[in-house]
Design a protein around this ligand. Sequence first.
Ligand code: AGP
Length: 615
Amino acid sequence: MCGIVGYVGQRDVVSVLLKGLTNLEYRGYDSAGIALQDSGDIKVYKSLGKLINLKNELEQRRAEIKQPIAGIGHIRWATHGSPSLVNAHPHSCTCGKLVVVHNGIIENYKELREELSKKGCEFRSQTDTETIAHLVADEYSKTKNLELAVRNSVKKLQGAYAVCVMHKDVPNLIIGARKHAPMLVGVGEGENFIASDTPAIIEYTKRTIYLEDNEIAVVTKDTVKVTDIEGNVVTKKVETLPWEPMALSKLGYKHFMLKEIHEQPDVIRNVLNGKLYDIDEPIALNEVKLDSEILKKLNKIEIIACGTSLHAALVGKYIIEDFAGISVEVEASSEYIYRKTTTDASTLVIGVSQSGETADTITAIKQAKAKGSHVLIITNRPDSNMARLADSLIPVNAGIEVSVAATKSYIAQVISFYLLAMHLAEIKGSIDKSYLKNLKHELIQLPTKIEEVLSNTTTIQECARKFSSYKNFIYIARGVNLASAFEGALKLKEISYINATGYAAGELKHGPIAMLDETMPVLSILIPGGITYEKVLSNSEEAKARNAKLIALTSSNDKNIDVLFDVVLRIPQVSEILSPAITCVPLQLLAYYIAEFLGKDVDQPRNLAKSVTVE
Ligand code: AGP
């Protein structure tokens, strides 16, 4: 979603802002803009579409850009008002002396806009953000103190904001404020940064100060002052970012998505590291901060998440119930937050999120905490809002994920769920010890098996070419791989815009079968040795009888499969219960190669944002 970067210091301000915005690009956006402050003026430059358009605009107007000393930049993902030049940020007050960029949604912007219009403010856009510019300018006209003006203004805002303000009359100064939207300060030597997320500043500094809700940062090139909303100075810890700038490079891959798919074996090794090192030792999951006596008696877990994280949660449900015998409910955060739930103090609530910033999941977690539940967060961003709300935190350590379509973070979440389920089962004594040893052994072998899949993708690429012209797909599976069918179909939808739906194979006959003919390929996930193999096979035969083209994703070497299916995507032998940690890989690759073959913007698919920070 939207991204913010601000800079004050000696470097070339334009380059710092453009680099920062480029590093946030992956979040998804429809327009971009920067405001540059030199010793006498503030100028705003905007463009529609990709950052290259902004770069071209700046190039064309290079002559008018003097020596900027500070600047703020923004990429916008439209919420209020269409994607257009006039709605792109930064927004200015009527006289143009004050500029703001903003992430989030101001809920009371209509009332504020009405009030400010009556006072003579001239509104030019349809955005909620422009209200902030006029509001702060109005407060500034009363006090002539920008810091106080920002404080007085944010007190009047309802909703979510991470906002940066600059004023022509107060050079060499950027003020940032946040509530329900992330914002951080990057600390440098003789220069400072402000941003909505770490990739924006990682090229320049790893030292960061995370702002909390209702905090305000007053940033010059030499100083950073953080206050609460009343103006009391807050002493903040300077933290060091774990990322390397390298994480933001494609390292020779055509797309970040392909690179991230290929990183998955190492991601699994990372997740297992220190937690599962010997099959004879119990899983070391010290991150779960609940007393083992409480865990022994635990009989209800609720998992809340969105999108791909929701699919990881479905795998989690299946295996926690299977290994530990604890009843687990899984719900989309956006549904959870608008109903009367039965969550109580004895429920363990697990929030799953790659970004740790998904607005619906944050709201759901806050609701669960208010009911007294212990909240365990599984996230790829231990520096996120969600992580800060956690009573227990399992960081999945997948490394920064740039492609909008989640891949390596999914596998890391799934593996984290295996560890959690095994940990709970060990505490409860609910699983056969030799069976568990075998599973641990297999888990340790998984990265090598995935490397095998990644080392030969010829059949997947051929399949992608063969099926790329189809407009609709059905993915079927049963049991623990149902989530894999959902996730595989989601990947295809997201990056190729082809309609794909995952169904429980047994449900096919109850409706979806009506759609089957030669135009609707069916992809079946078939893992032999388990309880669902034969069933999915016969469901696939039913599809064949309706002339559907069939794709198998299987570890079976059965020759009959080659006869029944048009294409067979083979994976190494794996037990059914662990197979979601490997079936996801060819499905990601299939989606990738179809999208790539169709020439789609794989890493930044249309309409999507990497982290959905508004409801
Ligand atoms: C995944 O490919 C999607 N981009 C999307 O569904 C994502 O998983 C969802 O928005 C949840 O995000 P989170 O994991 O950061 O909370």
